[in-house]
Design a protein around this ligand. Structure first.
Ligand code: E4P
Length: 217
């Protein structure tokens, strides 16, 4: 399972990269705005900065919602760095754009996916990644993990190569359950990854080992 961090914060990306288990980064316009990154040139520069920190794929989202605009923006983003994956929203024009990018060797991440039908369409269009937002489904009392299981079944039935990128991950249990189901990738905050480290018996055990070592030295 690949681990992506869902942020545009360079310090957090560096911290996750230093941990040695980071496979990529996802961003979105809200995450960029949260870091105060505004203006086209600053936004493009920020994507390059992220690519220079992390070894893996970096999702950069288009703002346009018409086909022509999405293609123009997506090509500009893809030109920035070989690690860039163009993030395209799950709308009719988005599916056309994904098909265009896929035919032209540009990798895509189909975002804002909330149903198995949408995920099937994204795979048919040739998306490299599909991003079902599990946390946002949970927020409206709908089982986000069930969607991951449905998509896994459908993709395996037909051998689709689109990678299931479990997005809107909020906590450690989301990561574990996605791993059990077989999501290819998860993207979440640094806290969800660091949460995997924690167990009180580890802390108690280490304290005892160190105390016992000190007694004999
Ligand atoms: C996915 O690529 C999105 O950036 C993200 O996971 C959305 O998460 P949120 O629901 O926590 O905003």
């Amino acid at each position: 399972m690949k681990f992506f961090i869902d942020t545009a914060n360079l310090d957090q990306i560096r911290e996750a990269q230093d941990l040695g288990v980071l496979d990529g980064v996802t961003t979105n316009p809200s995450l960029m705005a949260k870091e105060g990154i505004t203006g086209r040139n600053n936004i493009l520069k920020h994507y390059v900065d992220i690519c220079n920190i992390v070894d893996g794929d970096v999702s950069a989202e288009v703002i346009a919602t018409d086909l022509k605009g999405m293609i123009k923006e997506g090509e500009e983003l893809a030109e920035l760095h070989e690690q860039i994956v163009v993030k395209v929203p799950m709308i009719k024009e988005g599916i056309k754009a994904i098909k265009y990018f896929s035919d032209n060797g540009i990798r895509t991440n189909c975002t804002l996916v909330f149903s198995a039908g949408q995920a099937l369409l994204a795979a048919k269009a040739g998306a490299s990644y599909v991003s079902p937002f599990i946390g946002r489904l949970d927020d409206i009392s709908t089982d986000g993990l069930n969607l991951i299981a449905e998509i896994r079944l459908i993709y395996d039935n037909y051998g689709f190569e689109t990678e299931i990128l479990a997005a809107s991950v909020r906590h450690t249990m989301h990561i574990l359950e996605c791993a059990k189901i077989g999501a290819d990738v998860m993207t979440g905050p640094l806290s969800s990854i660091e949460g995997l480290l924690k167990h009180p018996l580890t802390d108690i055990g280490l304290e005892k080992f160190l105390a016992d070592y000190k007694k004999g030295n």
